[in-house]
Design a protein around this ligand. Structure first.
Ligand code: IPD
Ligand code: CA
Ligand code: CA
Length: 272
């Protein structure tokens, strides 16, 4: 292919993805405002249990329906995967949405939760928009375009030393509680500190923004991380190979970290 034609095609793809990001940013803010309104009157919400320590409310369902309505209007040929509504398969580009990540915090009035939108194409995370409406923080990235927080560039820390590191850890009853306890012990005994803040999507966003040096969870679903994976990558972080074909329906384990901490953490927290 002639170089000029290739360049033109690359720039058409870049324009398309930039346009998608603008829409995703507007929609994630709109869904965040809707969820924030429910957060302020959460005592009116009826909370249902989907499983052990796994909750859902009208706020989650409405946030997801709003995002689905906006995305299917703007991109009628795209597929859509939402935590609450499942997969609506159409074209090869798939919007992946967690309408409220950190629901356990949300229903208790703990101001650490977010709305996450990711775009997956050909088993690659190509766009992410994560909005924390309480803090009014929007973390965003497209593949090849850098990562931002409220429009300003962000970068992972340069941390290379485990004894100065502080990572986010996640846990749900989809994984083995004993294994998680051993993981906590292993990293503490190595001199690495951890936080368990209750939102995987914000764990990735905080790693990208240099607030944490990494994030680890033995099992996490695609909707929790589809937005964050590209934000971490574009902020210079390293991730385990999350997006296998099975990860769409089954989730996967996930380690993200600064480049200098990835291998030492991988040795402490082996995948299998
Ligand atoms: C959960 C949160 C939590 C993580 C779990 C997720 P939800 O999502 O991200 O931090 O540890 O794996 O399921 O239920 O709040 O959307
Ligand atoms: Ca989630
Ligand atoms: Ca959720």
């Amino acid at each position: 292919m002639a170089a000029s034609r290739l360049n033109r095609e690359v720039s058409v793809v870049a324009e398309d993805i930039a346009a998608r990001l603008r829409i995703a940013e507007a929609v994630v803010r709109e869904a965040g405002a809707l969820a924030l309104d429910y957060f302020h009157r959460r005592h009116e919400l009826k909370i249902d249990a989907k499983g052990l320590q796994d909750l859902v409310s009208q706020a989650d369902r409405e946030s997801e329906e709003l995002i689905f309505a906006r995305m299917s209007e703007a991109f009628p040929g795209d597929s859509f995967l939402g935590e609450e509504g499942g997969l609506r398969q159409k074209g090869p580009m798939m919007w992946v949405v967690d309408p409220i990540d950190g629901t356990a915090n949300f229903v208790r009035g703990i101001p650490h939760w977010c709305v996450s939108i990711g775009l997956v194409s050909d088993h690659r995370a190509v766009l992410g928009a994560i909005y924390d409406p309480v803090a009014d923080e929007l973390f965003a990235a497209v593949a090849g375009g850098g990562a931002t927080l409220n429009g300003e560039p962000i970068r992972v820390t340069g941390q290379t030393d485990i004894v100065h590191a502080r990572i986010g850890l996640g846990f749900s009853y989809r994984s083995d509680a004993g294994r998680h306890s051993r993981d906590v012990r292993t990293i503490l005994e190595a001199g690495c500190e951890y936080l368990r803040l209750g939102s995987g999507a914000l764990g990735l966003a905080y790693t990208a923004a240099g607030r944490l040096d990494g994030y680890y969870e033995r099992h996490i679903n695609l909707w929790d991380v589809a937005g964050g994976l590209v934000v971490v990558a574009e902020a210079g972080g390293r991730s385990s190979d999350f997006l296998t074909p099975a990860a769409v329906s089954e989730g996967n384990e996930l380690l993200v970290a600064t480049p200098g901490l990835f291998d030492p953490l991988r040795r402490l927290l082996p995948a299998a």
